[in-house]
Design a protein around this ligand. Structure first.
Ligand SMILES: *[C@@H]1O[C@H](CO)[C@@H](O)[C@H](O)[C@H]1NC(C)=O
Ligand SMILES: *[C@@H]1O[C@H](CO)[C@@H](O)[C@H](O)[C@H]1NC(C)=O
Ligand SMILES: *[C@@H]1O[C@H](CO)[C@@H](O)[C@H](O)[C@H]1NC(C)=O
Ligand SMILES: *[C@@H]1O[C@H](CO)[C@@H](O)[C@H](O)[C@H]1NC(C)=O
Ligand SMILES: *[C@@H]1O[C@H](CO)[C@@H](O)[C@H](O)[C@H]1NC(C)=O
Ligand SMILES: *[C@@H]1O[C@H](CO)[C@@H](O)[C@H](O)[C@H]1NC(C)=O
Ligand SMILES: *[C@@H]1O[C@H](CO)[C@@H](O)[C@H](O)[C@H]1NC(C)=O
Ligand SMILES: *[C@@H]1O[C@H](CO)[C@@H](O)[C@H](O)[C@H]1NC(C)=O
Ligand SMILES: *[C@@H]1O[C@H](CO)[C@@H](O)[C@H](O)[C@H]1NC(C)=O
Ligand SMILES: *[C@@H]1O[C@H](CO)[C@@H](O)[C@H](O)[C@H]1NC(C)=O
Ligand SMILES: *[C@@H]1O[C@H](CO)[C@@H](O)[C@H](O)[C@H]1NC(C)=O
Ligand SMILES: *[C@@H]1O[C@H](CO)[C@@H](O)[C@H](O)[C@H]1NC(C)=O
Length: 651
């Protein structure tokens, strides 16, 4: 069996060379106070690289301004008074990057020539626009207006903000910049001191603001920095752009568009939502699957406050200390999961155990090209998704399996015995595939591919049965694993009879929970009542955690207990509807049945919740998306059974 070998990690966080240079420049400016002002000056061609100059060069901006402005006497005076403060943007989709000190205002000018320049050439864009539930303002929509006005898209993002320098932990976020856009030709110096009825003021939200207006001639905007409050120090750096095509920067603060699949102690698996609802036979579907990695993801420990105040800024994400060099991400297009639609998956490794993080879906530039001259070249970010890594070191993420290809979650593991993902997956996957072979032989005996009237059921055929069996088999042979220390009420303790992995011998490092052995020992003699609905005289009321296989052993002991030996863990039980669906879909001759309530159902299977928690395991589960399924007629499933699909025999 072939398992994909993990290729050397590619760090998607590395931004393009141009962007890296910007970062470098920003830091250089911080380290060299005499170079503290950087301006983006007008560049003749939209495709020219960014030029960042120190403040001695700012005088040039006057020379580069449109002749029209200099013609105007009053304007020339203003320009003199505010030397270094009026900067003309290099054109549509050409951003300006500037440092700004507390209390200062920089005026930006989008010239009439830029406004009436030709529109950017239409590009194919992404295979289809994504439906992220956001009444967003991004995407490649090119508005061709009536010829007397032009719609201008203005956007600002914070790239750097004052840092906390207090002696205590950071308690507040730095204040936000404000964007002013003049809406009257008489107001050529918008800002906090200009008349409010001749301008629009927008305070940035988490480092982002945008505004669109119909314009006929030159546009004046400004960015104003507030005073720096106590315990913060430093300056801001921001990027501003105006475009006649679409917003250069994008933010979708109300839609994560990203979901947590599962975590283990060192890694997390995230997927985007469906990128299209197209069927596999449609071009859109194939085009999406042909892309390598249209999105990227930023990950940051929740405790790290450096991004607070810039969470809507792609530029801020690339500049903040996010994704230290040791973290790494593998991404790729998949169709796994509900509906089997194209999605992008992110496998984020080298995380710390027992730590809260947030992940942010982002797009670098327009996804294929970034930076000046590109419509949407400033990138986009979505809403952060928080998650916490596991602590006990005996659950490991598996995905990309050959047989159980819809499995993607943490399973019981032991890093001493199976140190990498492919070797662990192989044990489980080949075991499941072997069991399926036996089933397939039995199914061959059933008249499946006959005329409808001869089928065992008018509604179900053998393919339905095979499919339901595979779903059930994969979910049951590969239990979904959680920390033994997790207190979540729907989890089932398993394998308490086995010693925890001896962490001192582990090359990976010690288990974060060294007193687990004592915890488990202390619980073994406690009374264990799995099913309150069991008959009152049954053994169900006379057992302890140590005496019953449901808690002291594991599903599939020959694999999990003997081969993998993960020690005590907790299990997210498979969803009961997987069992019901199997019974419903398969011919009665195969003799499938599910345990009854009070007779084993509760220890074997879990129930779905509709609050977005994964309270039971099914293939394709992601957090905060799974809604309760419409399982019809569960009571009618009390069919006569020959074999009960129960792995547990009480007491
Ligand atoms: C920012 O404001 C300070 C104080 O008002 C002033 O000294 C400095 O020159 C200003 N910086 C710029 C770039 O205008
Ligand atoms: C702006 O440019 C347009 C098109 O080039 C021109 O017709 C118009 O006169 C210009 N407006 C000003 C105020 O220069
Ligand atoms: C659009 O494409 C044409 C020909 O392909 C090219 O000459 C023109 O410069 C392009 N326009 C822009 C704004 O890039
Ligand atoms: C991104 O922009 C470049 C240059 O403008 C263009 O060639 C490319 O098709 C665009 N990509 C997408 C996905 O829109
Ligand atoms: C400050 O943060 C650290 C973790 O970064 C935490 O351990 C500590 O308890 C915090 N201190 C206070 C006073 O909140
Ligand atoms: C400019 O915008 C302000 C704030 O929205 C508004 O009150 C004012 O009427 C506008 N002025 C013009 C000339 O559109
Ligand atoms: C710009 O003008 C068009 C009609 O020409 C109108 O539909 C649109 O709402 C206007 N947009 C703004 C932001 O004023
Ligand atoms: C594509 O497949 C779907 C079912 O998967 C079918 O309904 C549709 O007709 C097919 N379309 C084409 C163009 O073959
Ligand atoms: C996907 O890529 C393959 C190989 O590069 C190519 O043959 C195929 O035409 C592409 N499909 C679409 C829909 O672009
Ligand atoms: C998982 O499979 C997808 C699609 O085949 C691939 O792009 C990705 O690199 C694989 N991931 C790993 C970690 O093997
Ligand atoms: C994707 O689409 C399917 C239906 O086609 C839906 O059930 C599912 O919830 C969607 N989202 C994800 C992340 O699977
Ligand atoms: C039924 O027949 C179809 C094609 O004729 C085949 O693809 C399928 O595997 C068969 N199903 C079973 C269960 O044999």
């Amino acid at each position: 069996m072939h398992f994909p070998k993990l290729s050397p990690l590619q760090c998607r966080f590395t931004v393009s060379l141009a962007a890296s240079l910007i970062v470098l420049s920003v830091y250089l400016f911080l380290w060299n106070p005499h170079l503290a002002y950087a301006a983006e000056i007008e560049t003749p061609s939209p495709a020219s690289p960014l030029i960042i100059l120190d403040h001695y060069a700012l005088d040039l901006t006057d020379d580069l301004e449109d002749p029209q402005d200099v013609d105007d006497d009053q304007d020339a005076q203003h320009a003199k008074r505010a030397v270094g403060d009026v900067v003309t943007l290099g054109g549509s989709n050409v951003p300006g990057l500037l440092n700004i000190e507390a209390g200062n205002t920089t005026i930006w000018h989008f010239s009439n020539a830029s406004l009436w320049a030709p529109y950017a050439n239409l590009t194919d864009g992404l295979p289809s626009s994504i439906d992220d539930g956001d009444t967003g303002d991004s995407g490649t929509i090119y508005k061709r207006q009536n010829p007397s006005t032009r719609l201008v898209y203005i956007s600002v993002t914070t790239c750097l903000q004052p840092q906390w320098n207090g002696s205590t932990n950071q308690t507040t976020t730095p204040p936000q910049l404000t964007l002013y856009v003049s809406n009257a030709t008489s107001n050529k110096e918008p800002g906090p001191n200009a008349p409010a009825n001749r301008q629009v003021a927008i305070t940035l939200n988490e480092g982002f603001a945008n505004y669109s207006m119909n314009a006929t001639t030159d546009i004046y905007m400004s960015v104003h920095a507030p005073e720096v409050p106590a315990n913060f120090s430093g300056i801001w750096n921001y990027e501003i752009a105006a475009s006649i095509d679409n917003y250069y920067h994008g933010a979708h603060p109300d839609s994560p568009f990203l979901y947590l699949v599962d975590t283990d102690t060192h890694a997390a698996l995230l997927v985007t939502n469906n990128l299209t609802q197209a069927n596999p036979n449609e071009t859109t579907y194939q085009q999406w699957m042909n892309l390598t990695s249209p999105f990227t993801v930023f990950v940051q420990p929740t405790l790290d406050r450096s991004l607070d105040g810039m969470r809507n800024s792609y530029c801020g994400m690339t500049h903040a200390s996010i994704n230290n060099a040791s973290s790494s991400v593998q991404s790729g297009m998949i169709t796994r999961g509900l509906g089997h639609k194209p999605k992008e998956q992110f496998y984020i490794q080298e995380l710390n155990g027992s730590t809260s993080y947030f992940g942010v879906l982002a797009m670098e530039g327009n996804s294929t090209k970034t930076g000046s001259g590109v419509v949407g070249g400033g990138g986009q970010v979505w809403q952060p998704v928080s998650f916490k890594t596991k602590s006990d070191n005996n659950c490991a993420l598996v995905f990309n399996l050959t047989f159980c290809h819809d499995v993607a979650y943490a399973v019981p593991s032991n890093q001493d015995r199976y140190p990498d993902q492919p070797s662990l997956s192989a044990v489980y996957d080949s075991y499941a595939a072997g069991l399926y072979e036996n089933f397939a032989k039995s199914l061959d005996q059933i008249p499946c591919n006959t005329t409808l009237s001869a089928q065992y059921s008018p509604a179900k055929n053998c393919d339905d049965c095979a499919d339901a069996y595979k779903q059930w088999l994969c979910a049951v042979t590969m239990p979904r694993c959680e920390d033994f220390s997790s207190p979540l009420p729907w989890l089932q303790p398993r394998n308490m009879g086995q010693k925890p992995i001896n962490s001192s011998s582990s090359s990976i490092g010690s288990m974060p929970n060294p007193d687990m052995f004592q915890q488990v020992q202390g619980q073994l003699d406690q009374q264990y009542i799995p099913m309150t609905s069991a008959p009152s005289d049954s053994d169900a009321f006379r057992q302890t955690y140590g005496s019953v296989s449901a808690t002291n052993s594991s599903r599939n002991p020959s694999i999990i207990v003997d081969q993998i030996a993960p020690g005590p863990y907790k299990e997210v039980k498979p969803c009961e509807d997987l069992c019901f669906s199997l019974v419903r879909s398969c011919p009665a001759a195969l003799g499938f049945g599910c345990p009854d309530p009070g007779r084993g159902l509760e220890v074997d299977y879990g129930q779905r919740s509709d609050d977005g928690q994964v309270t039971c395991s099914y293939l394709g589960a992601v957090y905060y998306l799974n809604a309760a399924p419409t399982v019809s007629g569960t009571s009618s499933l009390a069919v006569a059974v020959a074999v009960v699909l129960s792995l547990w025999i009480l007491g």
